[in-house]
Design a binder for this molecule. Structure first.
Ligand code: UD2
Length: 315
């Protein structure tokens, strides 16, 4: 894809999704600044591009370093956040400083520096557990965790900055993102990162509930593509888009697919369902498809096979 911008900042660029975005930007010849405090991101995620980027170690709450990192950038991809829902439940105030005030700092920095567009990472969490499926952008959000409130507040601030200051903003509501570099280390890490680690270590996985719950899993490179399309589409102001595939997979089927790919014969251990776990999640992607021409390129099988290859070679 040919970019309509020459220099971009990726906040959280050493993290799972951010580092894949950095790869794609560098690949397309864009100059890239990365700002990351390395709280959950890892420098090793940027090994392959380190000669081509400018890395700033710092926090999005620190306006001085943010100013340095934004300088000269036309676009900001804002991925930095406390991404663990559980952590935001345990630390609602500390996480709000990063996820709300930090985001406000990014938007304000963008305004002061005349940045053309900010693409913000939002989440399907804003929908809460409403049973209506698939989720579409015009549904009333119903956040059920500090994390979801924080992401929704980001969207509202993005809207406000667009109206008040004419800043171009696009919020992407990510569904269940998976792929290489996703950290499997906490019980609340993405289920695919946990299951692939189990398969690699030949241990059995835990399925919470009956395993019939479904998710809309989207491969990280498709999420990157959505970000790039959002940055490139010039006549587009203040938009919110679901970023999923519209296809769903049950957790039982997921383990079956992983067993097939990896050859593991372990049976899953069924445990009590997680409290607050939603049964089904699926994205309606009509808007992002028609307005950004977005089409997920990776089938679930292909994305899973690529992710398995990475876990096998890197653990
Ligand atoms: C996702 C997001 C979360 C938030 C939420 C909003 C991820 C990683 N998390 O949580 O940030 O946006 O959606 O709804 O994208 N499971 C097992 N065994 C395990 C781990 C998980 O059975 O070892 C089940 C879990 O109970 C759930 C499903 O797998 O039913 C997906 O779990 P998850 O933590 O990957 O993602 P989710 O949808 O709960």
């Amino acid at each position: 894809m040919k970019f309509t911008f020459k220099k971009a900042l990726v906040t959280g660029g050493a993290g799972f999704i951010g580092s894949h975005l950095v790869d794609a930007l560098v690949d397309g010849g864009c100059r890239v600044n990365v700002l990351d405090n390395l709280a959950s991101g890892k420098l090793s995620n940027l090994d392959q591009v380190k000669e081509y980027i400018t890395f700033y170690k710092g926090d999005i709450q620190d306006q001085k370093i943010l100013d340095k990192a934004i300088n000269g950038c036309e676009v900001i991809f804002h991925e930095a956040a406390v991404v663990s829902v559980t952590k935001t439940v345990k630390q609602p105030v500390e996480s709000a400083l990063v996820n709300e005030i930090g985001t406000l700092n990014v938007l304000d920095g963008a305004r002061r520096h005349g940045v053309k567009r900010v693409i913000l990472a939002s989440s399907s969490a804003v929908y809460g557990d409403s049973p209506e499926l698939p989720k579409h952008e015009s549904m009333t959000p119903k956040p059920q965790s500090p994390y979801a409130v924080q992401k929704l507040s980001n969207e509202i601030y993005a809207d406000l900055y667009s109206t008040l200051y004419g800043l171009g903003t696009v919020c992407l509501r990510y569904f269940n993102v998976y792929g290489p570099r996703q950290d499997p280390s906490s019980p609340y890490s993405g289920v695919i990162s946990i299951f692939l680690t189990c398969a690699n270590e030949k241990t059995s996985c835990r399925i919470y509930g009956d395993g019939k719950q479904t998710r809309d899993f989207i491969f990280v490179k498709d999420v990157v593509q959505a970000n790039l399309l959002a940055a490139n589409a010039m006549a587009l102001e203040n938009k919110v888009f679901n970023t999923g595939t519209s296809k769903t997979t049950s957790i039982n089927h997921l383990w079956q697919l992983i067993s097939d790919i990896s050859g593991t014969r372990e049976n899953p251990e069924y445990c009590e369902a997680r409290s607050g776990d939603i049964l089904e999640s699926a994205a309606n992607i009509n808007q992002i498809s028609s307005e950004l021409n977005f089409k997920p390129e990776f089938s679930f099988k292909n994305g899973l096979a690529l992710t398995w290859k990475w876990y096998r070679n890197n653990n």
